[in-house]
Design a protein around this ligand. Structure first.
Ligand SMILES: O=C(O)C1=C[C@@H](OP(=O)(O)O)[C@@H](O)[C@H](O)C1
Ligand SMILES: C=C(OP(=O)(O)O)C(=O)O
Length: 441
C-alpha cells in the first residue's frame, strides 16, 4: 500500500462508458467498529470483508498497542480475541490515528473511561478537526481530556469512574453519538444521545449483535452501563460511500450500466441513492438480503442523463460523505442544483464545500459556495488541474468527472485515497475509467 506521506497524482483522460460488475471494499464505519467492539468483548470476533484502508488499520494498530490480539487472516479477514470491557492495557506510545476522525472520536469515548492515560494524535488534517463536540459531553460524564484549543492531540487522563448523561447533540453525528455510547458502557446508570436528524446507526446495531441491551429509535439511542459484550462474527458489507463514486460514474454517462455487489443499504446511509434518483438516475436494488444485522443488496445503475434539483436537506445526514460525488453529479446535470443544510461538510478531511466548488470552477463550471452548501449550474466540464487537498473523497469524485470532461483532469495529492478505498484506480480502470496514477512531479 502507498504510504500517505508519498505524493501521488492521477491523470484521468476524458471519455469512457462505465460497464461491468464490481465489489467495492468493506464499509469503513463497520470495519472500525468491528475492531473496537471485538476488542472490548469477551471471546472471539471473526471479521470478514474488513476494509484494509489506512484509517481502519490505524484503529487496528491502536488496539494492538493496548494489548489486544488481532490476527490478520488475510488482507480483509481479522480475528480479534477480545480482552473484555476492562482488559485494555496502557499503550507504550501515543496512539496515531492518521487521517481518521472516526477513530479519534469513537476511541476518545472508550479511552476516557480507562484507568490508564492515553494520548491520541493524528495527521495535519485530523489535527484541524473539531473535537469539542466529544470533549465537552465526555467532561460532563466526568472525563478529563486536555486538548489544543479543542483539537488533537488529545491527552486523556485516567478517572475513577464516569456518570451517565442525557446528551442532546447539536449536530447529527454518528461519531459524537458513538463516542458517548461507548463511554456510556462504562458509566453509572443510563447514557442517552438525541440528535437533530438520525445519523448512521451501525454502533447501535453492532452493540446489539454483541449482546448489549440498547434502546434505539429515530434520533435517540440509550444504554445502561456495565453490560458485557460477547464476541460474534461480523461480515462487513461493501461500503455505500465507496460505491457512490461508481454510481456517479454510471449516472453521468448515458447508456452506461453497472452492478455494484454486496453494498450496505442501511437506511441511515442511502441518501445518495435518493438524491441520484431525484436527479434522474435509474438505480435498482437487486436481491436485498442481510449481512449480520445490516441490510445489503446488489445495486444496478443505468445512465439516463441527470437534471438539477434542490437537494432535500433532510437527506444530508444519510448522504454526508457522498456530497463530493453529488457536487460532480450536479455539474453534469441539466440546470441548477442547490445544496443546503450541509455545513458539516466544512469540517471533514478538507472543507468539502470550498474544495469542491474551487475544483468545479477551475473546470469551467458555474458554482458558488454558500455557508451551508452550494449552487451549481450544470455545464461542460473542461480539463484542468484539481487540488484534492489530500481529501480522498474529493479526489475520487473528480476522477469520475473526467468521464464527461473535454480534456484530461489531473488530480493532485491522491495518496490519501488509501485511507478509505485501497486499489481504487485498478477498480475504476476495470469499469472503464482512463485513469493513470503517477508519482507527483
Ligand atoms: O461514525 C462514522 O463511522 C462516521 C460518521 C460520519 O462522521 P460524523 O459523525 O462527523 O458526521 C462520517 O462522515 C464518517 O466518514 C464516518
Ligand atoms: C469524514 C470521513 O471520515 P472520518 O471522519 O473518519 O475521517 C470520510 O471518510 O469521508
Amino acid at each position: 500500500m502507498t504510504p500517505a506521506s508519498e505524493r501521488f497524482d492521477w491523470t484521468v483522460s476524458p471519455g469512457g462508458k462505465p460497464a461491468g460488475q464490481v465489489r467495492v471494499p468493506g464499509d469503513k464505519s463497520i470495519s472500525h467498529r468491528s475492531v473496537m467492539l471485538g476488542s472490548l468483548a469477551t471471546g472471539r470476533t471473526d471479521v470478514t470483508g474488513f476494509l484494509d484502508g489506512e484509517d481502519c488499520l490505524c484503529t487496528m494498530k491502536a488496539f494492538q498497542a493496548m494489548g489486544v490480539s488481532i490476527e490478520r487472516l488475510s488482507d480483509t479477514s481479522l480475528r480479534v480475541d477480545g480482552v473484555g470491557l476492562h482488559g485494555l492495557t496502557a499503550p507504550a506510545h501515543d496512539l496515531d490515528l492518521g487521517n481518521s476522525g472516526t477513530s479519534m472520536r469513537l476511541m476518545s469515548g472508550l479511552l476516557a473511561a480507562q484507568k490508564f492515560p492515553s494520548t491520541l494524535v493524528g495527521d495535519a488534517s485530523l489535527s484541524r478537526r473539531p473535537m469539542r463536540r466529544v470533549i465537552d459531553p465526555l467532561a460532563r460524564m466526568g472525563a478529563h481530556i486536555d486538548s489544543q484549543d479543542g483539537k488533537a492531540p488529545l491527552h486523556i487522563r485516567p478517572v475513577a469512574g464516569l456518570q451517565g448523561i442525557a446528551h442532546a447533540s447539536k449536530v447529527a453525528s454518528a461519531q459524537v453519538k458513538s463516542c458517548i455510547l461507548l463511554a456510556g458502557l462504562y458509566a453509572q446508570g443510563e447514557t442517552s444521545v438525541t440528535e437533530p436528524e438520525a445519523s448512521r446507526d451501525h454502533t447501535e446495531r453492532m452493540l446489539q449483535a454483541f449482546g448489549v441491551q440498547l434502546e434505539a429509535s429515530h434520533g435517540r439511542a440509550a444504554l445502561r452501563g456495565g453490560q458485557q459484550l460477547v464476541g460474534t462474527a461480523i461480515p462487513v458489507p461493501a461500503d455505500i460511500s465507496s460505491a457512490a463514486f461508481f454510481m456517479l460514474a454510471a449516472a453521468i454517462v448515458p447508456g452506461s450500466e453497472i452492478v455494484l455487489r454486496d453494498v450496505g443499504i442501511n437506511p441511515t446511509r442511502t441518501g445518495v441513492i435518493d438524491i441520484l434518483r431525484a436527479m434522474g438516475a435509474e438505480i435498482e436494488l437487486l436481491d436485498p438480503r442481510t449481512f449480520g444485522g445490516e441490510p445489503v443488496s446488489d445495486i444496478r445503475v443505468r445512465g439516463r442523463g441527470l437534471r438539477g434539483i434542490a437537494v432535500d436537506p433532510a437527506l444530508v445526514a444519510s448522504a454526508i460523505d457522498e456530497f463530493p460525488a453529488v457536487f460532480v453529479a450536479a455539474a453534469c446535470a441539466e440546470g441548477e442544483t442547490l445544496i443546503s443544510g450541509a455545513e458539516e461538510l466544512r469540517v471533514k478531511e478538507s472543507d468539502r464545500i470550498q474544495t469542491m466548488v474551487d475544483g468545479l470552477v477551475s473546470l469551467g463550471i458555474d458554482a458558488v459556495a454558500t455557508p451551508d452548501g452550494a449552487r451549481i449550474r450544470g455545464g461542460q466540464l473542461r480539463g484542468g488541474e484539481i487540488n484534492s487537498h489530500g481529501d480522498h473523497r474529493v479526489a475520487m469524485s473528480f476522477a469520475m468527472g473526467a468521464l464527461r470532461s473535454s480534456g484530461p483532469i489531473r488530480i493532485l495529492d491522491v495518496a490519501n485515497v488509501n485511507t478509505s478505498f485501497p486499489r481504487f484506480a485498478e477498480k475504476a480502470q476495470a469499469m472503464g475509467l482512463a485513469i493513470a496514477p503517477h508519482r507527483a512531479t
